[in-house]
Structures are given as structure tokens and as C-alpha cells.
Design a protein around this ligand. Structure first.
Ligand code: AOF
Ligand code: ZN
Length: 358
């Protein structure tokens, strides 16, 4: 096995806990001595051991002189709210000789200082092995740390002619069950799922991860200016005890807000999406998976309030219908939104486009 294989294994370990680590990053670590893995570890979520320490504790022999492969730069300080002791101290105390790191930790309390501390104690440090893979795994954490706001992933399911529903509003179902299962997998990875009031009125969605075994249910967020809904929408029932938050404008009627707060549903007021994303992050909601409809997609795109967009396209043409995206006020082609980084996949006969803003 070479260095790349060891880091690939560390990335596999990191991804085991993805979906349960928020607000922390997913991290994996492998300890190697004489060309053999002698310990493996991963971070399992807030309050749990860090991956490096987990690997040290699991080691089958003394780790002195070993090489540590970790997917994230080891942490190096203590600060209010920090739950685990600095990994660098333990790495130094255990006399680990070399540390190979995939990605830098953008947390301002680490951000290069972990590497500097290890180097200052004579430990050889190599950085950047499988960096892109490691950064993709923690795209939510990276945006959280750098921009102090929730990460946004927009998801659209559409026909070949870019419709998300017929003119009568029917959208069940554009994509097949396998594509919908993939969407439920994403729901289970994120802290929250957001839809507009129109979608709640028209589709009465549950917005849970029921197509995934053991998938955790995200917090449900509904954007509504009017706060007018038909009674008994699924999203406001607490059968599965999933938290729901209603987000509305500061001038919506007090009496209507009271209706929700009396049901134990939190009401948040917002003026623009960038502020809402900061507010959600401060409340511990690190990621938002946005599932429509048209007005909501248009607002997020218009306000540049997104990090990633996934479009599931099914082999259907519906002719007239509801467009996925409305007017973005882009008069010229060079003012259109262009995605720098893209990926495509197929799910049965449907294409899935993934685009990243940066
Ligand atoms: C590591 N290894 O496995 C993880 C790290 O509250 P704490 O003590 O768990 O610290 C959380 C911070 O530590 C988090 O914001 C990130 O900067 C880093 N996460 N670091 O060395 C790990 N999960
Ligand atoms: Zn640590």
C-alpha cells in the first residue's frame, strides 16, 4: 500500500459518520508502521473523540515512530466551547514521527497553526494528499467556518423542458423512486430541508428521509410571507417529532404567528436570505437542502444564497407548465449564472447535474 491508499482508507473512515457530525467536520485517521496499518479511527460527532485520538486508542501496538494519515489538519488549541483536548499535544506526546494531512482546517482556531505546531516539534508534515476529495467531504463545514453561515444545496427535479410541474401544479412524480431515494439520502445528510409555502399548499410534503433505512430526519423549514396554509399540513404535524420552523417577514400578522407558536412551531422573521443563513448557523443549523418551488429557487439564485445546485432531469416533456427558475434579471448571456465546477451522473434513465458556485 502506498501513501495514496492509506489516505483513501482515512477518507473512507471519515465518510462513515457523515450526516451525524454537524457542526463538526467528518474526519478519518490511519496509523501506519513498517508499511502496515496499526490503527484506524474516525470522528463520530460532537463530544466524541477526534479521529487521530480514536486511531491512537485503537492501535494494536506502540504508535511511537509511526506515520499518521489524517483527512483534516489536527486541532491545536483550547477555546470556549471546545469539547476535546488538542490532537497535536497527543501526537507529540506519543512520538509519532510523520503526519500526512489531506486538507487544512479552516476553523480560525486551527487554520495552519496545527501544522506549525507539529513542525515546531520536529515532526515531518506533508500536506495536500487527496485534498480535493477531503474538501468535498467537508463542504458544509468549510463554508460554515469561512463564512459563518449555513451551507445551501438547491435541488430541482424537472422534465427535459425545464418544468417542475404541469400548469395545473401536478408534480407527482417527475423522477422515479431511485432518484427520490437519492434525494432522501441527501435529506438525511443535512441539518434542514427548506420549501416555500406554495409547495406546502400544493404538495403537502412530509420532507422526511423515509426511503432511507435509519436516515435521520432533517429539521423542516417553511418560507411564507402570508402564513396562510390549509389546515393540517403534514409538515406541521409532529407525528415523527421532527422540528419545524416557519420563516416569515417581520410584517406578517401577529395573530397568525401566534397560531404556530401555540402549536410549538418556532417562527423566525427574516428580511433577506443571506441574513437568514447567518441566523440559522447561529442557531446550530449548519446546512439547508432547498426543495422548491419556483419562487424559492429564484430567490436563492437571485440573492446568490447558494453553494451547490443539483438538477435531476427525467426523460419527459410536459410542454406548458411551471418553470424551475423564474426571472433572474440577467439581460445578457454573460450575466447568467455559470457553474465553475460540475459533475454529472445517471440514475436509471435520468441525468443528475451537480454544480458548485465556486
Ligand atoms: C481534529 N480531529 O476528528 C475533528 C476536528 O469541540 P471539539 O473539541 O470536538 O472541536 C471541534 C473542532 O475541532 C472543529 O470545529 C474542527 O475545527 C476540529 N475538528 N479536529 O483534529 C477531528 N473532528
Ligand atoms: Zn483534534
Amino acid at each position: 500500500m502506498n501513501h495514496q491508499n492509506f489516505m483513501t482508507r482515512a477518507l473512507e473512515l471519515a465518510s462513515l459518520a457523515i450526516g451525524s457530525v454537524s457542526p463538526n467536520p467528518a474526519v478519518g485517521a490511519v496509523l501506519v508502521k513498517n508499511g502496515r496499518i496499526i490503527g484506524e479511527g474516525c470522528h463520530r460527532g460532537p463530544g466524541s473523540l477526534h479521529a487521530e485520538i480514536d486511531a491512537i486508542e485503537n492501535a494494536s501496538e506502540s504508535v511511537s515512530g509511526a506515520t499518521l494519515f489524517c483527512t483534516l489538519e489536527p486541532c491545536c488549541t483550547v477555546y470556549p466551547g471546545k469539547r476535546q483536548p488538542p490532537c497535536t499535544d497527543r501526537i507529540i506526546a506519543e512520538k509519532i514521527r510523520e503526519v500526512v494531512i489531506a486538507a487544512n482546517d479552516p476553523n480560525p482556531h486551527v487554520n495552519g497553526m496545527g501544522v506549525a505546531r507539529l513542525k515546531s516539534r520536529g515532526i515531518t508534515v506533508r500536506e495536500g494528499l487527496l485534498k480535493d476529495e477531503a474538501e468535498k467531504l467537508n463542504e458544509v463545514f468549510n463554508v460554515n467556518q469561512k463564512e459563518q453561515r449555513a451551507f445551501v444545496h438547491l435541488k430541482i427535479a424537472q422534465t427535459l423542458d425545464g418544468r417542475i410541474a404541469t400548469s395545473g401544479g401536478d408534480s407527482k412524480w417527475i423522477t422515479d423512486e431511485d432518484a427520490r431515494r437519492d434525494v432522501h439520502r441527501y435529506r438525511s445528510l443535512y441539518d434542514s430541508v427548506l420549501v416555500g409555502a406554495g409547495t406546502v399548499r400544493a404538495d403537502n410534503p412530509k420532507l422526511n428521509s423515509r426511503l432511507i433505512d435509519m436516515g435521520k430526519n432533517p429539521i423542516r423549514i417553511v418560507l411564507s410571507r402570508s402564513l396562510d396554509f390549509p389546515q393540517e399540513r403534514e409538515i406541521f404535524s409532529d407525528d415523527d417529532r421532527t422540528r419545524t420552523i416557519v420563516v416569515t417577514s417581520p410584517d406578517s400578522r401577529k395573530k397568525k404567528k401566534l397560531y404556530f407558536t401555540e402549536k410549538g412551531i418556532e417562527v423566525l422573521e427574516f428580511t433577506d436570505l443571506p441574513h437568514l443563513l447567518q441566523r440559522l448557523y447561529r442557531k446550530g443549523i449548519c446546512s439547508v437542502f432547498v426543495e422548491g418551488g419556483k419562487a424559492v429557487y429564484t430567490s436563492f439564485l437571485q440573492q446568490q444564497a447558494y453553494d451547490r445546485l443539483s438538477i435531476y432531469t427525467a426523460p419527459l416533456i410536459c410542454g406548458t407548465g411551471i418553470d424551475a427558475v423564474g426571472n433572474l434579471q440577467t439581460g445578457l448571456m454573460n450575466q447568467s449564472l455559470r457553474f465553475g465546477k460540475t459533475e454529472f451522473e445517471m440514475i436509471n434513465n435520468q441525468t443528475v447535474f451537480h454544480g458548485w458556485r465556486f
